[in-house]
Structure formats: structure tokens, C-alpha cells
Design a protein around this ligand. Structure first.
Ligand code: FMN
Length: 181
């Protein structure tokens, strides 16, 4: 059955390693009939959560003028959310962290976003799987709290420069992830 999948990316490198995996996932998902809405956080105007707890009081998710408001309705409606990002300083890039922080608006606004599927695509330079813990653990714990079912993780170490992902099976694994929705 066709699913609505929101793909949220975190890299500012349009031709980089996580974008290559994202593109492979999207191509495979669309071939399976899923509809994809892509949100490239690094190309948006996003700020951190102000913890004002006025979310949805004026109708929009975030009370501030923030591009999160352009994707919030799609996240609410989506069957699944896919997060794709590189590791920056042993954690997630700031731009996509702003999106994760603002998912708090659904909690404050009393929106039911439970029951979605989710998945993670990530990569890093160092050849050590534990380097991705700073992305993987917040993803897994947030999914559990939100009552989302994680259907897969593509974790690719050892990629630094643009194109390095082609020397790995990252894009194949990202494409195979599309079978899980
Ligand atoms: C600001 C910054 C911080 C980074 N921090 C780490 C790090 O802590 N550990 C690591 O292994 N790689 C780190 N990297 C390397 C990236 O994770 C790696 O180059 C990755 O392939 C980039 O993915 P992209 O092409 O999708 O942007 C960092 C890169 C940048 C630009």
C-alpha cells in the first residue's frame, strides 16, 4: 500500500554522502509507489526551540517565523518519517536538530503523532560504528518516546569526501530500506 513518507535531511552538501543515500532511498520508495515529501533542513530557515510552550496557540506549530511550520502539517499526516544526516562532532548537525527539537510542538499542541514508522540513514568519516551513537541513540530514544516504530537504520562509517559513499554499500542499503514501509 502506498505510504506518505516525509524525508528530513541534515547535510548542507547537496552532492554529499548522506544525500546520495537519501536519493537512493527516495528513488526506491517512489518505485514502490510511496509518496515522498523531502525537507532539506540545511537549506531552510530554522532556529532552536525557545521552550515558550505557545505551540499551535496561533494556529501554526511554532509561534516563531520558522520553516518548521512548512513541514509540520506533513509530519502530522505522514505514515513514516526518515531522518538522513552525517555525524557532526559526534552528534547530529545543528540544522536537523532544530527540526527534532520542534517536534516538541506536537506534544505541547496535543497532536497525536504516535504510530508512525521511522528510519535512520547516517554516515561519518571515522571507521568506527560507535561514532554514530550520537545520532543513533537520540533517534532511537525519541522514536520510542513518540511511539514510532523504527523499521531500519543505515549506518555507514569511513566516508569523508563527496563520492566516498560509492565505495560502500550505503546506497544499496538505503534503497533496500524502502522495502520496510
Ligand atoms: C562540521 C563537521 C563535523 C564533523 N564531525 C565528524 C565527527 O565527529 N566524526 C566523524 O567521523 N566525522 C565527522 N565529520 C565528517 C562527516 O561526517 C563526513 O564527511 C560525512 O561523510 C559527511 O556527509 P555528507 O557528505 O552527507 O555531508 C564532520 C564533518 C563536518 C563538516
Amino acid at each position: 500500500m502506498s505510504k506518505k513518507i516525509v524525508v528530513i535531511t541534515g547535510s548542507p552538501r547537496k552532492n554529499g554522502n548522506s544525500f546520495a543515500m537519501t536519493d537512493a532511498f527516495i528513488k526506491a520508495a517512489e518505485e514502490r509507489g510511496h509518496s515522498i515529501i523531502r525537507f532539506d533542513a540545511a537549506m531552510k530557515k530554522l532556529g532552536g526551540c525557545h521552550a515558550c510552550e505557545t505551540c499551535y496557540s496561533t494556529g501554526k506549530a511554532c509561534s516563531f517565523d520558522d520553516d518548521f511550520n512548512t513541514i509540520a502539517p506533513d509530519i502530522l499526516e505522514a505514515d513514516a518519517i526518515v531522518f538522513s544526516m552525517p555525524v557532526y562532532w559526534y552528534t547530529m548537525p545543528a540544522q536537523i536538530k532544530c527540526v527534532l527539537d520542534k517536534i516538541f510542538s506536537f506534544v505541547v499542541g496535543g497532536k497525536d503523532i504516535s504510530g508512525k514508522k521511522c528510519a535512520l540513514i547516517t554516515c561519518c568519516e571515522e571507521n568506527d560504528m560507535s561514532v554514530m551513537d550520537g545520532v543513533r541513540i537520540p533517534y532511537e530514544r525519541s522514536a520510542a518516546l513518540l511511539k514510532w516504530q523504527s523499521v531500519g537504520e543505515v549506518l555507514i562509517p569511513g566516508v569523508l569526501n563527496v563520492g566516498d559513499i560509492e565505495k560502500t554499500d550505503g546506497c544499496q542499503k538505503a534503497a533496500a530500506l524502502a522495502n520496510e514501509f
